[in-house]
Design a protein around this ligand. Structure first.
Ligand code: SF4
Length: 370
């Protein structure tokens, strides 16, 4: 559980087992919501209320985001990693993955390929390799890419507050860090070695970045590691905590589902699409102002539906391997992805689907500070 919660696993489960249909109705009818509403709306008792939840979530989404859909693309700059996450084929011990760190010229070529699609918001992603991805190196990449994109965010190894300050000054404004699981024992089991084994250091990542000035703080757990209702309760508590501590930043949720990997990992607690939808609707209702991303891990039909009721942000045309947009094609080499993509549509096809749903693709809706 999120450490600041007074509830333990048993107390939480007892509460959720006791949620009544009336409690769900009351949570749906409220204008302002708290942590217990999230529990009510993610409970089993709320499952028959999915049609009502869709209506309430859609109204909340409309109120804060209108018909707009932000689009972004991830750019993998390298996949060497010193960690041992059991669920990831980029882990240090996995010999089946071809390793590579892109040069600055290659990163620029990748950025140009993304920019040609019209996408103006970039998430820079790398495995955790402190010898390669130093703050100075990431800052150099940020300064280069900032000239090409309106919004840059980072999904790399957690840094110190000073490190984040330097990265913010280099042009990054968003940070994404999945806690993976809020359950300490499960976390220890899934991350047996490497710097990522430090649960508390990872948990403090958004706080350090927020204090350094980052204006978007992305939070998530990996769907499939632990029981999703318990993890969702912790994610919500984490978000409320960050909203108090970093009130100038926007919290952005993601709900990444993990699947079986080529390296043999089987998720212990699989989450199906109905579970995923219930959770996303519940978060949209309880946190109407927060951002919410749906990634290309999900099927096109699900993405096109959930972006009308809950998510306001989606990736398009993603490549999840270093060099996936331009460099590998030039070298005639295959794409070795971090995870399986379920939506293989091009950015243009995603934009067309957004238009067909009566929504509007937004490439830029902010101006960064000087
Ligand atoms: S999840 Fe991230 S830190 Fe863990 S092995 Fe994969 S790339 Fe490395």
């Amino acid at each position: 559980m999120f450490p600041l919660l007074k509830y333990g696993d048993a107390g939480l489960e007892a509460y959720m087992a006791g949620v009544s249909p009336d409690a769900v109705r009351r949570s749906l009818a409220k204008n302002r919501h708290g942590w217990f509403d999230l529990l009510n709306l993610t409970s089993e008792a709320a499952r028959p209320f999915l049609p009502q939840m869709r209506r309430v979530a859609m109204a909340a989404r409309r109120r804060y985001y209108g018909k707009t859909v932000n689009v972004y693309a991830p750019l993998y700059i390298g996949n060497t990693c010193v960690n041992s996450c059991r669920y990831c084929d980029f882990r240090r011990q996995h010999a089946g993955t071809a390793r590579r760190n892109l040069s600055l010229d290659e990163i620029r070529a990748e950025g140009e390929a993304v920019r040609e699609t019209g996408i103006d918001s970039l998430l820079v992603v790398a495995g955790e390799d402190p010898a390669v991805n130093t703050v100075e190196h990431l800052a150099q990449i940020g300064r280069m890419l900032k000239g090409m994109f309106s919004f840059l965010s980072l999904e790399v190894a957690p840094q110190s507050e000073d490190g984040y300050r330097e990265l913010f000054d280099a042009g990054y404004e968003g940070l994404v860090c999945f806690q993976e699981t809020y359950d300490r024992d499960l976390y220890r089991d899934m991350h047996p070695a490497g710097p990522k084994a430090d649960y508390d250091w990872r948990l403090g990542t958004q706080l350090r970045a927020g204090r350094a000035g980052f204006r978007m703080l992305g939070c998530a757990f990996l769907l499939g590691l632990g029981p999703w209702r318990r993890e969702a309760a912790s994610l919500a508590a984490h978000a409320f905590h960050l909203m108090r501590e970093c009130y100038e930043a926007k919290i952005q949720f993601a709900f990444p589902r993990i699947c079986r990997t080529d390296g043999g990992f089987v998720p212990p607690c699989e989450v199906d699409e109905d579970d995923l939808e219930q959770m996303m609707l519940a978060f949209r209702i309880v946190f109407p102002q927060c951002g919410m991303t749906v990634s290309t891990r999900e099927r096109p039909a699900f993405r096109d539906r959930i972006v009308q009721t809950a998510a306001d942000n989606m990736s398009a045309g993603s490549r999840v391997t270093p060099g996936g947009y331009a460099v590998l094609a030039k070298e005639n080499r295959a794409d070795v992805a971090q995870f399986v993509l379920s939506d293989g549509r091009s950015p243009a096809e995603v934009f067309a689907a957004i238009r067909a749903n009566g929504q509007e693709t937004v490439f830029k809706n902010w101006d960064s500070r000087i």
